[in-house]
Design a protein around this ligand. Sequence first.
Ligand code: PGA
Length: 257
Amino acid sequence: MPATVVAGNWKMNTTLNEARTLAGGVRDLAVNAAGVEVILCPPAISLAAVRDMVSGSGVKVGAQNLHHEDSGAYTGEISAVMLNGVCQYVILGHSERRQLFGETDQQVNLKVKAAFSHGLKPIVCVGETLEQRESGQAARVISGQVGAALDGVAPVDINGLIVAYEPVWAIGTGQAATPEGAAEIMGGAISETLHSLYGSSSAAVPLLYGGSVNAGNIVDFAGQSCIHGALVGGASLQADSFMDIVRLAGETKGAGS
Ligand code: PGA
């Protein structure tokens, strides 16, 4: 059974001081996180401050992106080498990166390889658009994204991999997928693609649902056996509501018991 994981994607929100306050709030409530792997993904400029705030609490830290090269003339970019030691996780292939910044499957793949080669655990995001869903292509699109992101990644390297299913139409819209609809893709296209690539070791990969997750719907998502946690955007910006989600996910999955 994979670990229960709840990650907060703060996106381009919080100043340095706000990030410290939010991370401190999460840390203070982390006693309620029994058995759940809690990951905070602040803007890059706040990573070190958040790491220091949550130090010793068991709360982990993740970046929201990286550049696949180790160093060089890439103005504005941050590499896996730089993130190593500051955070343990990195969100890769988020649909906002794909849609707003033109990230391709090939770039996501290079980033995933860079993350693994520098000891970072990638949270690989996949998701179909509304148009793709309505034309019956969701499963094919998702399988393609998972396969492309992991192309050339050896089975020995998938230790630490997390896959997040975030339908584009459900992100930030208040219009979450149904738990059954999410489970159909996660237990279907995602699990099957991972299994075809990695065999039985794929069963240890935590699969997160993301897209308008809140304290009111997390129990229904976590109640699905193939959903092992959540990637939370908007509702991760308040420590108490985020930690409600963490607590409820842990209780529903029986984490730590
Ligand atoms: P949301 O974002 O929870 O605000 O929908 C989720 C995400 O994009 O990771």
